[in-house]
Design a protein around this ligand. Structure first.
Ligand code: 13P
Length: 237
């Protein structure tokens, strides 16, 4: 199986900038990895029509209804969207998404054949009080309750590493990723893929991708400038 490069553009870039972005990456995206773009939802169709794998950054749990401003998994699927992120720490923090809601979202997405990348990870405070493993264990247990995990990938994103320029060491990443795999295997008897996310850049991508347990990366800031992105992927291609 190819390793994954998932690109979370978050809430960045205007319409004209996205058109330029897509032009800049044309014929430059490698086939050696499963590259998936997670742009703001209004641009999903542009990436899809240009032939890329695409994912939403967020999804509602119901297929339809009176939920002003939300996008349903059914709607995403009908657009040809392949993936959705669920439980990103920015959703947990700024939009107060709790474990029950996240579990519902994973279920709603899978029911519509959207593949899910579930984000888990500890805050700085939790890390400093040695709670990393218990926090992640709880997130896995609560977010994945009663779910068939075949189309689920986990992204280990330590909250303190996101947008901070700080990353765990290779050994630390390996330890947590291996822990996640072991836990999921114990509970669900399935081998799950696990990505690493948090301040991935040109300087560290080669090291991180070389960790055997790591099945890919979830990249934020380093995906916003398309020229930087292409030169970063070139390093590992
Ligand atoms: P940064 O790469 O900007 O740290 O963001 C990571 C992230 O949140 C990806 O989902």
């Amino acid at each position: 199986m190819k390793k994954i490069i998932a690109l979370n553009l978050k809430m960045n870039l205007g319409y004209k900038e996205i058109l330029d972005y897509i032009k800049t990456i044309q014929n430059k995206v490698t086939d050696n990895y499963e590259v998936i773009f997670f742009p703001t939802s209004i641009y999903l169709d542009l990436f899809k029509k240009s032939g890329y794998l695409v994912g939403a950054q967020n999804v509602h749990f119901e297929n339809k209804g009176a939920y002003t401003g939300e996008i349903s998994p059914y709607q995403l699927k009908s657009l040809g969207v392949d993936y959705t992120l669920v439980g990103h720490s920015e959703r947990r923090l700024h939009f107060k998404e709790n474990d029950i809601l996240i579990n519902e979202k994973v279920k709603g997405a899978l029911k519509n054949q959207l593949k899910v990348i579930l984000c888990v990870g500890e805050t700085d405070e939790e890390r400093l009080s040695n709670k990393t493993y218990s926090v992640i264990e709880n997130q896995l247990k609560n977010n994945l309750q009663n779910i068939d995990l075949e189309d689920v990938t986990i992204a280990y994103e330590p909250v303190w590493a996101i947008g901070s320029g700080k990353t765990p060491t290779k050994d630390e990443i390996d330890e947590v990723v291996s822990f996640i795999k072991k836990k999921v295997k114990q509970e669900n008897a399935i081998d799950i893929r696990v990505l690493y996310g948090g301040s991935v850049n040109k300087e560290n991508i080669k090291d991180i991708m070389s960790i055997e347990s790591v099945d890919g990366v979830l990249v934020g800031s380093s995906s916003i400038d398309p020229n930087y992105l292409i030169s970063m992927i070139d390093i590992i291609d």
